[in-house]
Design a binder for this molecule. Structure first.
Ligand SMILES: NC(=O)C1=CN([C@@H]2O[C@H](COP(=O)(O)OP(=O)(O)OC[C@H]3O[C@@H](n4cnc5c(N)ncnc54)[C@H](O)[C@@H]3O)[C@@H](O)[C@H]2O)[C@@H](O)CC1
Ligand SMILES: Nc1ncnc2c1ncn2[C@@H]1O[C@H](COP(=O)(O)OP(=O)(O)O)[C@@H](O)[C@H]1O
Ligand SMILES: [Mg+2]
Length: 276
């Protein structure tokens, strides 16, 4: 297992060429946020926007439209119950993030199944939170796409069948290979399983142990993968950055809020950008 270093930032975060526009930096489509968990998709969306994704559209329950827009006018919104619109927006995306605050009721399942039916092999699909729980509970067939799973240990237990106490590298890698994607197994020592290798994230702090922290990471993975070309590096850099910013803030804070992390992204990415 390789331990990540700051090098992953220089390998991934690019100095932007002058000759570029919003279309250059990818389209993220985020699906989630039922009436109970609107905050989750708002945090994921805000994290994608602050990561620098060029265009961001959020499909959520309409009860979340006003609150999302009032804090984040940069994002576009649509109703996740509208299957036709969901299909259109998924088709247009570079990266789709599904699951933060999606919930597990019949409407949530319909939205997830529509995403799975619509996404194509060239597209990146980040499967987080409730979407992981639904895949496990309903034994859903995964689509052919560039898949990235972001489970915490309990979600990984549901999806992989491996109890938390037995989540060792060999067992985890075996299930990752079956899933045919990248797995970000989140914990106090997050490990990332890819076809090329297994990585340990050395950054992170218990000050991060608060609701919405993973929703924020899912949005960042969305933003990074939509704009940086190497999928594996983009995922690794997002995981490293999320917790490295938390470490900085935890030097003077008892708890670090997800919204504080995302607001540091433009500054942190500026400090770590590099030429190819
Ligand atoms: N503000 C919001 O709207 C929030 C919405 N959320 C959404 O709520 C839905 C349910 O997700 P939850 O994760 O809360 O519920 P889950 O039921 O999926 O998992 C939480 C349970 O897993 C246990 N657990 C064991 N190991 C863990 C680990 N390493 N990390 C985290 N939990 C671990 C926890 O103790 C807890 O009992 C998701 O869609 C999620 O996105 C949450 O992210 C919380 C914030
Ligand atoms: N003690 C800890 N040390 C380091 N990172 C932590 C710790 N506790 C939680 N985290 C991080 O916080 C995030 C929690 O994700 P998740 O449980 O999905 O949150 P939520 O669904 O509430 O948004 C993960 O990135 C995890 O690595
Ligand atoms: Mg989560």
């Amino acid at each position: 297992m390789e331990t990540l270093t700051e090098q992953i930032l220089r390998d991934t975060i690019r100095i932007r060429p002058d000759k570029s526009h919003k279309g250059t930096y990818g389209r993220v489509c985020l699906v989630g946020g039922n009436a109970q968990f609107g905050g989750a998709i708002m945090m994921a969306t805000e994290a994608a926007v602050y990561s620098g994704a060029g265009l961001n559209t959020t499909l959520t329950d309409p009860v979340n439209f006003v609150s999302l827009h009032s804090r984040l006018p940069e994002a576009m919104v649509a109703d996740f119950h509208d299957t036709e619109q969901l299909e259109q927006l998924v088709k247009a995306a570079t990266t789709v993030v599904v699951g933060p605050g999606l919930g597990t009721d019949a409407d949530s399942l319909t939205a997830l199944e529509t995403v799975f039916k619509t996404v194509t092999p060239a597209q990146i699909l980040i499967i987080d939170g409730s979407a992981i729980t639904l895949v496990a509970d309903k034994s859903l067939t995964l689509p052919k796409a560039r898949l990235v799973f972001t489970p915490h240990e309990m979600e990984w237990q549901r999806l992989s069948g491996i109890p938390i106490s037995n989540q060792h590298n060999d067992e985890n890698e075996k299930v990752r290979a079956e899933l045919n994607g990248i797995v970000v197994l989140k914990s106090h020592h997050t490990r990332i399983y890819t076809a090329k290798g297994t990585y340990l994230n050395p950054t992170g702090t218990p000050a991060q142990a608060t609701g919405g922290m993973g929703d924020t990471l899912a949005g960042m993975v969305g933003g990074f993968t939509a704009q940086f070309t190497d999928l594996e590096n983009a995922v690794l850099a997002a995981v490293y950055t999320h917790s490295a910013i938390a470490d900085e803030l935890a030097e003077s804070q008892y708890v670090v809020l997800p919204t504080q992390i995302m607001h540091q992204l433009p500054r942190f990415m500026h400090e770590h950008q590099a030429l190819k």
